[in-house]
Design a binder for this molecule. Sequence first.
Ligand code: AMP
Length: 433
Amino acid sequence: MTIKAVRGTRDLLPPETELWNRVEQTARDVFSLYNFAEIRTPIFEDTQLFARGVGEATDIVSKEMYTWEDRARAQSEKAQSLTLRPENTAGVVRAYIEHKLWERPGLQKLYYIGPQFRRERPQKGRYRQFYQIGAEVIGPPSAGSESPARDAEVLEMLVMLLQRLGIKDWTLQLNSVGSPSSRPAYNEALRQALSGVVERMCVDCQRRAVANPLRVFDCKVPEDQPIIETLPRISGFLDEADREHFEEVRKILRATDVPFVINDRLVRGLDYYTRTAFEFTQGSLGAQNAILGGGRYDGLSEALGGPRAPGIGFAIGEDRFVMALSAASDANSVASAPSAYIAPLGSGMNLEAAKLARELRLAGIRVELGDESFRLKKAFETAEKLGIQRVIIVGENEVAARQFAVKDLKSGEQITVGRAELAEKFQSGKRTI
Ligand code: AMP
């Protein structure tokens, strides 16, 4: 029996990986314009981090985590429950607390790129190992972390990234989910509204209604949607400060030309969100159309045992960004071919070809190397299939004369170039042959 990639995981192959690299590089460039720096946290963490950070009643923690008991290997070591990270914000905030990052000047503006793991039902655009590009702005309130200007700046940065990548047809959906002070009254109203109808809803909603009624809005079951439509919305329960914060975010977004729509059903699938919550959807993706999501998490640091450190962040679903991009462009057009194919001709020439390839690569030229067992015809055919236009022939006579035949497969033309001139001729941008 052959072994295959595990359900919900997949291999990313060239040339598509070029698109992934382009997305990541563009994200790094844009984040740097806004003065963000990279953080890398471990892929597995103490299970408690997610239970406390993301919330026990969320779908992620209650049914999607890859968790195992890591047995002690030595007497000095303790057995521990570990979990593959289902998201990265909790890990970043843990690191913020662990390394006392609040002692550093200003705000912490951190971004990450990496895999996340959730045991979801796999389908197009939804995987069990998927990739997120995310960023967090976190710090003491005295550094401005609580300001609505941070929310607006992060959203405007995301629009800049979408524009740079050429992703079109997106919608920014915006909501305020209030703060802990406005939540109890809303939760109570939700509970009451649910009490008469919850028996007609799915088993997950029945569990949610008891554990954390806000999570009912995560429900995707079509039959439940008409009931959910009738439930009270958080927008009617925001306190004065929440409303002012939300109004200021919207004002700055309008001033910076960031279009948005208000969606008062949007609560996001993680418990830590406060006030601003948002999601970007994209038209070409079908059912899994949320390309990124995020929001404010003013109480997360304290929930994890840290100091008061309001923050806001987002996570981009990189898999879906790449899908949106490849819908618009051809992955093959992104990949470029090497500048030259070196064809060693005859026995003993692999060695000479290796030396020449090294010279050219040292000069920054991308080179593909053939093999002395190939006849010239096969070398030309191979180069052509790889999309390489020019072939450098390395035979005994050429090496002795320090002169190489360079064949242009497009024009059929063949010229002789001295070894000393070769690198210069192939330098990128110079089409002198
Ligand atoms: P979340 O961490 O749930 O707020 O999700 C942020 C973004 O990550 C979503 O908008 C999706 O684009 C992406 N995402 C979440 N779960 C998956 C998954 N299982 N497969 C692919 N992308 C995902």
